[in-house]
Design a protein around this ligand. Structure first.
Ligand code: ATP
Ligand code: MG
Length: 597
């Protein structure tokens, strides 16, 4: 491997939560992890919102700042844990008043405003089921998800409601209540004012008994490889959120923490709301969108210590800061509070890990998980070495393996049995042993699909990976994206990652294009650094660069320049769309395509 292993010194004064990986794994049990949480008073169960909010108030930590919400206009609203307890109690009471109860689905369609956090946690207190929608979804995806998820309540704003829901109300007979945050409810028939309802409701609420198996959250997947699926999660998931945030994000109670993912996606919920609040940290919430200078400013001004973001965002920062400005970044912004950086969602190319080390003064810790797993499953830990390009090792409590794959790239199942790959470095389907607390309990209305994800006592992730001799996992690709070319199996990530090391390339998306001789040839779509011309000479140079790095069997045979690679709203390159466009095939479900309405 071209990159040195990074040995990270622990942050002075902050010993990592996980120091000895082997020892921690062998000592760990989920039931011990459960005991780090309080449970509902009187032993009446386990409720995410109690753990995230009320227990801090019950133990004299109510005065601590829970949320620091940075508005688009840079105004900052702070909310203490005690205040959050009152606001969420009011919302839970309001729901109860409306006759909304256990198991009823409450959807949010909101930007990252303080009311979103009230609605999410208040819903959980009321033992209703929360389903967050990304506020940039257009009317079709919103309607589709409200229908699929049997929405009873929608919390949104007047503008979003008018643009995306009002016309569709007739097709949503189950949608009993629409609550409008901010002004405008009075002009919108069939809606109520969130502010008036909550203002009138009492600020004390006793959380009803909650079974750890009660449904808490419904999350739609990113739709990277097909139509989004609704994954069902239960209150017990909070045990895994808490434990993994401790190990993989190294959260300490005194931390200021920023997760840049929108709560419309599972990362923004599990690690953007639940886990950090359960840890009692101060959570920075940015209502604004990505902007390199804004992000550096927030990191600096809010004194962010722990930062959880996505590879695309890091690559956008790399694009902004490289060149002339490269060395100015740390000087212009005081990032001295930053002590831990992690990323998730897509492969983190080694160059981005090393960039973190050089520019932020910290390497980026990649970790891997899915909407279905509900929590981080494989991670690079604060106290352990990083192998750039590797997603790390299973979190304590997780058992992972690599399964031999069959013709279609997925695990080979023979008479119901699978075979684990024993040889290090051999690719196969990544699988996990079911039984961790935040494991999804089903796909909404799709039992068959859910059952098909299990074989021989394993949960099959649909991702391909290899494990090295020391147990580090390396992401190869999604089974659906893997390219068979002249008898080789090519993972697009490997090719993309190599191309991104070329100074002219910012991002790449790689697909297989059918070819009568090779079966498929590898084709790369690349976006270039601003100011770089897409010339035939550069194309030749990139082809040669690819061959040198990857060898002729894996290197791209064709390069196309594309400054707007299609990506999901959660930031992932949509290779299936690149492929469909290239081959003139139907484009499939585009509800999560960035920029679509
Ligand atoms: P869909 O299932 O609808 O196609 P999706 O799989 O993108 O969408 P998510 O659950 O949001 O939906 O994403 C999980 C997937 O993201 C993983 O299965 C994996 O393919 C990819 N992923 C997540 N983290 C990493 C990582 N650190 N490295 C590589 N890939 C990752
Ligand atoms: Mg998926």
């Amino acid at each position: 491997m071209a990159w040195e292993t990074i040995r990270k010194a622990a942050t002075p004064g902050v010993p990592p939560n996980l120091v000895d990986y082997a020892q921690t794994c062998s000592d760990f049990t989920w039931s011990r992890a459960r005991h780090e949480l309080d449970g509902l008073p009187g032993g009446t169960g386990l409720n995410m919102a109690y753990e995230a909010v009320d227990r801090h108030v019950a133990t004299d930590r109510g005065g601590k700042v829970a949320l620091r919400c940075v508005g688009r206009d840079d105004t900052v609203e702070t909310v203490t844990y005690a205040e959050l307890a009152r606001r969420t109690a009011r919302f839970a009471n309001a729901l109860r008043l409306l006759g909304v109860g256990r198991g009823d689905a409450v959807f949010t369609l909101l930007g990252r405003c303080p009311e979103l956090y009230t609605a999410v946690l208040g819903t959980l207190k009321n033992t209703s089921v929360l389903c967050p929608l990304f506020s940039a979804f257009g009317p079709d995806p919103v309607e589709q998800r409200l229908q699929l998820g049997d929405a009873r309540v929608l919390v949104t704003t007047a503008a979003l409601y008018r643009r995306k829901v009002a016309d569709r109300r007739a097709s949503l007979p189950g949608l009993a209540h629409v609550l409008i945050v901010g002004p405008g409810a009075e002009d919108l028939p069939g809606t109520l004012s969130f502010d008036m309802l909550t203002a009138a409701a009492p600020d004390q609420f006793t959380i009803p008994p909650t079974s750890p198996e009660d449904t808490a959250l419904l999350h739609f997947t990113s739709g990277t490889t097909g139509a989004p699926k609704g994954a069902i999660h239960v209150h017990e998931a909070v045990v895994a959120h808490h434990a993994t945030a401790s190990y993989a994000l190294d959260l300490h109670p005194e931390d200021v923490y920023w997760c840049t993912a929108d709560p419309g996606w599972v990362t923004g919920m599990s690690y953007g709301i639940i886990a950090p609040l359960v840890h009692g940290v101060t959570l920075v919430v940015d209502e604004g969108d990505f902007d390199a200078r804004r992000w550096y400013r927030i990191l600096a001004e809010q004194r962010v210590g722990v930062w959880y973001t996505a590879p695309t965002a890091l690559r956008m920062l790399m694009r902004t800061t490289l060149g002339q400005e490269h060395h100015n970044v740390p000087a212009a912004y005081d990032l001295s509070a930053l002590r831990f950086v992690a990323s998730v969602g897509e492969p983190l190319n080694p160059e981005a890990v090393v960039w973190g080390q050089e520019v932020l003064g910290l390497p980026v810790h990649d970790n891997w998980w899915q909407t279905e797993t509900g929590c981080i499953m494989i991670a690079n830990f604060a106290g352990c070495e990083i192998r750039p390009g590797s997603m790390g090792r299973p979190v304590p409590g997780a058992e992972a393996t690599v399964l031999e794959r069959g013709e279609n790239g997925r695990a080979l199942i023979t008479d119901g049995r699978v075979t684990e790959v024993e040889t290090p470095g051999v690719e196969g389907e990544l699988a996990l042993r079911p039984g961790w607390p935040s494991m999804f309990r089903g796909y909404l209305h799709d039992k068959e699909r859910y059952e098909a994800t299990f074989a021989d006592g394993w949960y099959l992730t649909g991702d391909l990976a290899r494990r090295d001799e020391d147990g580090w996992y390396w992401f190869v690709g999604r089974a659906d994206d893997v390219i068979k070319s002249a008898g080789h199996l090519v993972g697009p990530f490997e090719v993309e990652s190599a191309l991104m090391e070329h100074p002219a390339v910012v991002e790449a998306g790689v697909i297989g294009r059918p070819d009568p001789v090779a079966g498929n040839i590898v084709k790369a779509f690349v976006s270039l650094r601003p100011g770089t011309e897409p010339t035939a000479a550069l194309e030749r140079e990139l082809l040669a660069f690819g061959r040198r790095r990857l060898g002729p069997a894996v290197a791209p045979r064709e390069i196309a320049f594309d400054q707007n690679l299609p990506r999901t709203r959660s930031g992932k390159v949509m290779r299936r769309l690149l492929r469909a466009r290239e081959l003139g095939l139907p484009t499939g479900d585009l509800s999560t395509l960035e920029g679509s309405t």
